[in-house]
Design a protein. Structure first.
Length: 243
């Protein structure tokens, strides 16, 4: 039986069932391989980590840099940010907005993203000695999400990604690939926004599938002529579309 909650904007929509989610996960895994969730690492909350599982703050910065751009560009932006500041968030506070923006210019919307990152880091510095969000790890999912979304520019998708990847929680993040394929599968109404899709799918997709199904839908959306945006995959297809 599908899980229902009051936040689901489409409580009477028929899909997706748990069985349908498992079927799609299995079919995509046969083509792309089953994603293995990395173990959370113990990291210094004062030091950004550009590989493996990030601290919550690192993950939030990375996800902000991924907004409205490709993974390739956001990765380059994070590399530029790390090359300039080396994980020293106090140096980010001291730097001019233009300086931060120049380090992430390749990711697009650099001035806006730089301003948001500086605001978050400065807010944390004003609260205490450590510039960190690691205190959120012990909170319930809803409280972590609310704390993240209190910052300008952090919406449901960004918060969900941080929950999923940096906190190791079960949250079904919805990016453009997940949104597009979910509509093609009839899992959400055609007019559903990304925020509505997240609320509906987060309630309907079995929790154990949140991580693998999200990753698989993103991989597939990037490498399938039938499921890519405008039929133009970013990566060479691995085989016929299994959906």
């Amino acid at each position: 039986m599908a899980r229902r909650n009051k936040e689901d904007p489409f409580p009477d929509w028929c899909g997706p069932s748990a069985a349908a989610c498992r079927k799609v996960t299995d079919r995509l895994a046969q083509l792309h391989g089953m994603p293995q969730r990395p173990k959370l690492q113990k990291t210094n909350p004062e030091t950004a980590n550009c590989g493996g599982v990030a601290t919550i703050l690192d993950g939030l910065v990375r996800t902000i840099l991924s907004q409205n751009t490709t993974q390739k560009n956001s990765t380059r932006a994070m590399e530029g940010f790390m090359a300039r500041f080396g994980g020293n968030y106090r140096a980010v506070i001291a730097a001019a907005n233009d300086d931060v923006a120049d380090s992430i210019r390749c990711g697009g919307l650099a001035n806006v993203k730089a301003s948001r990152i500086k605001h978050i880091v400065a807010s944390l510095a004003a609260q205490g000695d450590a510039i960190s969000l690691e205190h959120l790890r012990t909170l319930p999912d809803a409280e972590i999400k609310a704390a993240l979304m209190a910052y300008p520019g952090v919406g449901p998708k960004t918060a969900s990604c941080v929950l999923l990847f940096s906190c190791g929680r079960e949250s079904f993040a919805v990016d453009t690939h997940v949104l597009r394929i979910s509509k093609q599968l009839g899992w959400i109404p055609p007019q559903a926004s990304r925020e509505q899709a997240h609320a509906h799918l987060d309630a309907r997709v079995p929790k154990l599938l949140h991580y693998p199904l999200h990753v698989l839908l993103v991989r597939h959306g990037k490498s399938c002529y039938a499921c890519a945006a405008n039929g133009r995959p970013q990566r060479p297809p691995l085989g016929p579309c299994p959906l």
